[in-house]
Design a protein around this ligand. Structure first.
Ligand SMILES: [Mg+2]
Length: 265
């Protein structure tokens, strides 16, 4: 029987961030898979919530199995799914210009919107949707800025400046977003963390219980936890400073990694 740290024993369920917490790039953070197993062995419910919009929910489930974590689609709350839900349920916009991966294009299409990329009406789209992608060029930024200039709504998956990778920090969604915000002079509404939306969806699926959020970023994970009224713990595997600045939302605990936090070592 796995023994957990005193901190984790006080919670019924855990919402885990993925990039920088469970894995970095393609590789699991050492000890994280055993830590998740220890949580489940101790009867804790586990959900995953990610701002990563490069990959679909199915991709994330496959990657979890690939590193040795059993998971179903219901266990993974993605910002792409949240964007799709928001567009389908709360907006009347019919046309979109999308800066993002094919997975994000599908989410927008599945929400019932027509994607105007590559058409003469790209700059007349009613909403600009921006998410992380490694395929962005000047024409995308131009058409997005033109659509915003014509009054389009402005939605983005996140503001994370970087993506932790094995060789260092790659530009994150926030780095691409900064280009479009600079060009348009407008500020996007953020659908992912630090908005509480992903955690609210995760709580819907997990059910009632004392809940701990674990993530590697103060400005998205811990801030979103605070916005959702949840405790957040910070792991340092994504490169966050070990001493959080005194202003802003504070983690209930800072640990070197998930294994140390959970006590699964
Ligand atoms: Mg992260």
């Amino acid at each position: 029987m796995a023994s957990l740290s005193p901190l984790l024993r006080a919670y019924d369920q855990v919402i885990l961030d993925l990039d920088g917490c469970v894995w970095i790039g393609e590789d699991a953070v050492p000890g994280s898979v055993d830590a998740i197993a220890a949580l489940r062995d101790a009867g804790k419910r586990v959900a995953f919530a990610t701002n990563n919009s490069w990959h679909s929910g199915e991709d994330h489930v496959a990657k979890l199995w690939g590193v040795g974590v059993q998971a179903s689609l219901a266990d993974v709350v993605t910002v792409g799914g949240a964007m799709q839900h928001l567009l389908a349920e709360t907006r009347t916009t019919r046309s979109a210009f999308v800066i993002g991966t094919p997975a994000m294009h599908r989410h927008v299409t599945d929400a019932g919107l027509k994607v105007m990329n590559g058409t003469d009406l790209a700059s007349r789209a009613e909403v600009v949707v921006l998410s992380g992608t490694d395929d962005v060029d000047y024409a995308d930024l131009r058409d997005g800025a033109l659509a915003l200039g014509h009054g389009a709504d402005f939605l983005a998956t996140g503001r994370d400046p970087t993506l932790p990778m094995p060789d260092g920090h790659w530009p994150g969604t926030g780095a691409i977003l900064a280009a479009l915000e600079t060009a348009s002079g407008l500020t996007a509404e953020i659908v992912g963390k630090p908005s509480p939306r992903l955690f609210e969806t995760a709580l819907d699926r997990l059910g009632e219980g004392r809940t701990l959020v674990v993530g590697d970023r103060l400005d998205s994970d811990i801030a979103a936890a605070a916005a959702a009224g949840l405790d957040g713990a910070l792991v340092l595997t994504g490169g966050a400073p070990s001493e959080p600045p005194p202003c802003g939302p504070q983690p209930v605990k800072v640990a070197a990694d998930l294994a140390e936090l959970v006590g699964a070592r």
